[in-house]
Design a protein around this ligand. Structure first.
Ligand SMILES: Nc1ncnc2c1ncn2[C@@H]1O[C@H](COP(=O)(O)OP(=O)(O)O)[C@@H](O)[C@H]1O
Ligand SMILES: [Mg+2]
Length: 228
């Protein structure tokens, strides 16, 4: 089987004055299409750093990330924007929804960004339908016109999930999506992720929570800057 996403000898270090902080020290990993991969590691072990690098939100100090055989460091400008906007979908621990927009509008933002003004007019109706369908799938059918601050944490994360999926990303990258939620609410989010995986969605999730890792299809550990 060929990997959809592959990291080879990824290093990341930060210069802090005279010291260099080596966060990732040669990470190798591959993600197969359709897989639900969980990366578990202690707080501060570099999980967010790694996920950002996999999604081209950050660059490695050295090493390569390939998506479908294409090295991300060879992409620039519009192709890189397109990768971030369409090929991957990102879910963050703290949701990062826009408070001025309601739930439906938040979900539409990435689609509007990728379509541009003229094409948006042509695709608007079907994209709104898709957004409504996604929001129904994540259990927010009754919350379309609510603002994020009118929602619970779990509902906000569901909205953020729908937003990450609106452009039909090939890989969903989730950074501790349950990290800010109580365990019951977090379980609800996990159930949504599992259902997406059953429908074929490729998912990479990072977490510090061993209990969450226990229910994953494949778990790898990040420790001392490498995967074990
Ligand atoms: N921009 C940065 N500059 C300096 N140090 C950073 C930066 N981002 C992260 N770090 C450090 O890198 C380490 C790993 O961070 P992070 O990837 O956020 O870990 P995790 O998500 O596993 O908790 C931490 O020690 C953190 O302080
Ligand atoms: Mg983190």
């Amino acid at each position: 089987m060929t990997a959809i996403l592959k990291a080879s000898q990824v290093h990341k270090s930060y210069k802090m004055g005279k010291r260099t902080l080596e966060v990732l020290r040669g990470v190798d990993l591959s993600v197969q299409a359709g897989q639900f991969l969980v990366i578990v590691g202690a707080s501060g072990s570099g999980k967010s750093t790694l996920l950002h690098i996999l999604g081209a939100l950050d660059r490695p100090t050295s090493g390569t990330v390939e998506f479908d055989g294409i090295r991300l460091n060879t992409l620039s400008g519009r192709r890189l924007d397109r990768f971030r906007n369409k090929t991957v979908g990102f879910v963050f621990q703290f949701y990062h929804l826009l408070n001025e927009l309601n739930v439906l509008e938040n979900v539409l933002v990435p689609a509007m960004a990728s379509a541009g003004t003229l094409r948006w007019l042509a695709v608007r109706n079907r994209t709104v339908q898709r957004a409504e369908h996604l929001l129904e799938q994540v259990g927010l059918k009754e919350r379309l016109r609510h603002k994020p601050y009118e929602l619970s944490g779990g509902e906000r994360q569901r909205a953020a999930l729908a937003r990450a999926l609106i452009n039909q990303p090939k890989v969903l990258l989730a950074d501790e999506p349950t990290g800010n939620l109580d365990s019951q609410t977090g379980s609800g989010i996990l159930e949504v992720l599992k259902a997406l995986h059953r429908d074929g969605q490729t998912i990479v999730m990072v977490t510090h929570d061993e209990r969450i890792a226990a229910c994953a299809q494949r778990v790898i550990r990040l420790c001392d800057g490498k995967v074990g």
